[in-house]
Design a protein around this ligand. Structure first.
Ligand code: NIG
Ligand code: FE
Length: 432
């Protein structure tokens, strides 16, 4: 049995209380419920009590000597950050394409000439389970060092039943062997692989009739995602794929309106997707539809930054009543990063969001985007003891001192996994 942990006297402790039932929208996204001189008692992997330091100390008065005490004075405590959209399980690197883009090629040109997602698919297909595990684990360690305690991970670099299953199984093994919790999304519809180039409809049928039923039967995913974009999957194909997933219990997600307005946001609303992601070019009608149906917009300003595009209009979406979450989109082509705090900063600088809104978007709203709003994303009694401590005095400072990793301590399930900015967890292992 682990000792209880008593984190004491933070400069600010951001609770985000009262947000477990539904994502926050509009002005609610500013309401962080900050406690000055805040403390929290963690035990059995769960948050037991949160409040002003003297109140928590009084409540556990007779047990103070039992606990491991962490002094958080002058620091900021937030819920462990949540990244609701990653492609973290892959092999290979695409800095050559980055260089090509800086010489004028576009992302879609590279993909349509056999690079992009296809290049990562080749490298991922060739990799053994062990290599894929070890490569991806390095990125998970980096996520943890950036204060992230839960992520979503998609398949989509297998593009055949065998290799999609391999990717999802690796994600499952990582979840079981790394402190970070990973929720899994099947994304067989990430690209049409070269063997189906002449007959994309056949690939769509293969996804619907073979891949989705098998992934669901093996319980390898909770969500089903589609890259709905001209030249990839049409809104009609996307709808069929997302509906097939729903029939097998997989909740729909969608890569929507990234390169051009293509009806992706509208489709997300009509099908009742849990989230619509990217949305750089979403139409006003699409944004209104997301707000009406409460579909969470998962915005990825790191992707826009790295592809040198204008970001999605986060400000407009929040004003329209869309619940907004933020994510890295961690992938080797359009956003090879794990730095959620930098993504939050880009939310401020490039999408007109405030420091309070980006924190809401990277915690509780991100948790709701992966159907985990009841267990993570806020610091409230009964929730998982996932906590990040930043070495800044307040949440505005976290955005103001940009581009610096301020993470000091991370606790996952009530255990210290990062201390003084270094990994200290014992339960990560290298696949052998
Ligand atoms: O979300 N847009 C499609 N998929 C990824 C990129 C994947 C890649 O380039 O490897 C994204 O940006
Ligand atoms: Fe993505």
């Amino acid at each position: 049995m682990n000792k209880p942990v008593f984190i004491r006297n933070a400069g600010q402790l951001v609770t985000l209380k009262g947000s477990s039932d539904a994502p926050l929208t509009g002005k609610q996204m500013e309401q962080l419920h900050v406690i000055e001189n805040g403390s929290v008692w963690l035990e059995d992997g769960v948050i037991q009590f949160v409040g002003k330091d003297e109140v928590v100390a009084e409540a556990f008065n007779d047990r103070l000597s039992e606990a491991e005490t962490i002094d958080a004075s002058g620091k900021l405590i937030t819920p462990g950050l949540v990244d609701p959209h990653t492609h973290v399980v892959y092999c290979g690197s695409r800095e050559n394409e980055f260089n090509m883009r800086l010489h004028g090629a576009t992302y879609m040109e590279i993909m349509n000439s056999g690079g992009g997602i296809h290049a990562t698919t080749s490298a991922t297909r060739e990799a053994s389970h062990k290599t894929l595990f070890n490569e991806s684990k390095k990125r998970l360690d980096q996520f943890l060092l950036h204060g992230v305690t839960t992520i979503e991970a998609k398949s989509g670099y297998g593009l055949s039943l065998e290799h999609e299953i391999k990717q999802l199984e690796v994600a499952k093994t990582l979840h079981e062997n790394h402190p970070i919790d990973i929720v899994r999304t099947f994304m067989g519809a990430h690209a049409v692989p070269s063997e189906y180039k002449e007959n994309p409809e056949e690939f769509v049928n293969h996804i619907i009739n073979e891949m989705i039923p098998e992934v669901a039967r093996r319980k390898l995913a909770e969500f089903n995602d589609v890259f709905c974009e001209r030249g990839v999957f049409t809104p009609e194909q996307s709808k069929l794929i997302l509906k097939a997933g729903l029939e097998h219990g997989l909740l729909p997600k969608i890569h929507a309106d990234e390169i051009e307005p293509y009806g992706g946001a509208e489709l997300a609303a009509s099908i009742g997707a849990i989230s619509a992601d990217h949305l750089l070019k979403a139409s006003d009608k699409g944004i209104a539809a997301l707000a009406e149906k409460g579909v969470i917009a998962v915005l990825l300003p790191g992707t826009a930054f790295f592809l040198m595009e204008e970001s999605a209009n986060g400000r407009k979406m929040i004003n329209a009543g869309v619940p907004v979450a933020l994510s890295t989109d961690c992938n080797p082509g359009s956003s090879p990063t794990v730095a959620m705090p930098l993504i939050m900063n880009l939310g401020c600088m490039k999408m007109g969001m405030t420091p309070a809104e980006v924190l809401t978007a990277a915690t509780i709203n991100a948790a709701h985007a992966i159907n985990k709003g009841k267990v993570i994303g806020s610091i409230e009694t009964g929730k998982k003891a996932d906590i990040t401590i930043f070495d800044v005095p307040n949440y505005v400072s976290l955005q103001y001192r940009y581009g610096i990793n301020h993470v000091h301590t991370v606790l996952k399930n009530g255990e210290v996994v990062v201390k003084g900015g270094r990994l200290v967890c014992s339960n990560t292992r290298i696949h052998s």
